[in-house]
Design a protein around this ligand. Structure first.
Ligand SMILES: NC(=O)C1=CN([C@@H]2O[C@H](COP(=O)(O)OP(=O)(O)OC[C@H]3O[C@@H](n4cnc5c(N)ncnc54)[C@H](O)[C@@H]3O)[C@@H](O)[C@H]2O)C=CC1
Ligand SMILES: O=C([O-])CC(=O)C(=O)O
Length: 329
């Protein structure tokens, strides 16, 4: 199992690479970034874990060397937000970065699982899909927008209200939609085991999950956005994809996918009017095996949130598709 991190020297890339280096499920890790990969690679290479490691800069065919033979490529490359910015404000720079990296995947490892972390995820995943489609290499089962941090936040924040003891990650809370503000829709009514949230606390809790990213951006005060919690979340999702690829069954985690290419996805697309949506996805050997149409189970409170989600999300998706169809001059 060869894993690649593209953007490996960044705030997310470094701790994510650390977690992958330490994972017993990874045999080889290749790091790629436009800066500082030699140092990060040398540092991680001293860890006595199973995975061997190498790292590359763009010079001397570095991208080719990093990507060739990859089974999974995780992409946290691109600029993060500063206070006052929306994720969409990152589009101008990050759209081109993601497009370039996907073109590299097309050339060197078109069969790899692709996990997109770079924001705005609502647009960068459609960009990735369009680049792959153009090249005739699009496998919707293998392209994932990483929305796990929203799930992780929901698991964490709900405990502050319920006061439940034990491991918060054992409470499954589906968070669906997209990955920005109102497009993020936590479905607390569908938690398993069920959670009891007083009505007067539900608005604040929902809002905190939707705008959890802003909380970190504000606290970092110009020094970036969530990196460590994102590395945790990105690793959690990547490891699930890897474990499922190796044959483990029964693994389900929400992810932002192209619905038409995954069993069960058509029903979600019909319900939401969106081509892409994050829903709980059953993972298998070949990637996304089945999309769970949890949208129909939402209660009235959540249905209202979903209406706001659809409006914003459709615009973000179109913007990504347009970027590849009519590249800016
Ligand atoms: N999906 C999610 O839930 C989350 C997404 N993010 C997003 O992740 C991205 C990265 O965030 P940070 O790690 O904090 O940023 P960062 O600036 O610390 O790191 C980004 C890294 O990408 C590298 N990079 C830039 N262009 C590249 C290219 N063409 N090829 C390879 N590497 C390239 C940079 O050199 C840098 O090392 C941002 O877009 C951020 O908004 C952040 C948190 C959560
Ligand atoms: O808020 C940001 O810009 C980074 C992010 O996506 C998150 O923390 O959820």
């Amino acid at each position: 199992m060869k894993a690649v991190v593209a953007g490996a020297a960044g705030g997310i890339g470094q701790p994510l690479s650390l977690l992958l280096k330490a994972s017993p499920h990874v045999d080889h890790l290749s790091l790629y970034d436009v800066v500082n990969t030699p140092g990060v690679t040398a540092d991680l290479s001293h860890i006595s874990s199973v995975a061997t490691i190498d790292g590359f800069l763009p010079a001397d065919d570095g991208l080719k060397k990093a990507f060739t033979g990859a089974d999974i490529v995780v992409i946290p490359a691109g600029i993060p937000r500063k206070p006052g910015m929306t994720r969409d404000d990152l589009f101008k720079i990050n759209a081109g970065i993601v497009k370039g990296l996907i073109e590299g995947i097309v050339q060197h490892c078109p069969d790899a699982f692709i996990l997109v972390i770079s924001n705005p995820v609502n647009s960068t995943v459609p960009i990735a899909a369009e680049v792959l489609k153009k090249a005739g290499k699009f496998n919707p089962k293998k392209l994932f927008g990483v929305t796990t941090l929203d799930v992780v936040r929901a698991e964490t924040f709900v405990r502050e209200i319920t006061g439940a003891k034990g491991d918060p990650s054992k409470t499954v809370i589906p968070v669906i939609g997209g990955h920005s503000g109102e497009t993020i829709v936590p479905l607390f009514s569908q938690a398993s085991p069920s959670v009891s949230i007083p009505q007067d606390k539900l608005d604040a809790l929902t809002n905190r999950v939707q705008f959890g990213g802003d909380e970190v951006v504000k606290a970092k005060d110009g020094a970036g956005s969530a990196t460590l919690s994102m590395a945790y979340a990105g690793f959690r999702f990547a490891e699930k994809v890897i474990r499922a690829a190796k044959g483990e069954t029964g693994i389900v985690e929400p992810s932002f996918i192209y619905l038409a290419g995954v069993e069960g996805g058509e029903a979600v697309a019909k319900e939401t009017g969106c081509e892409y949506f994050s829903v709980p996805v059953e993972l298998g050997k070949d990637g996304a095996q089945k999309a769970h149409n949890i949208v129909t189970s939402a209660n009235d409170y959540e249905k209202k949130l979903l209406q706001a989600c659809y409006a914003g999300l459709k615009g973000n998706i179109t913007k990504g598709v347009e970027f590849v169809a009519n590249p800016p001059q």
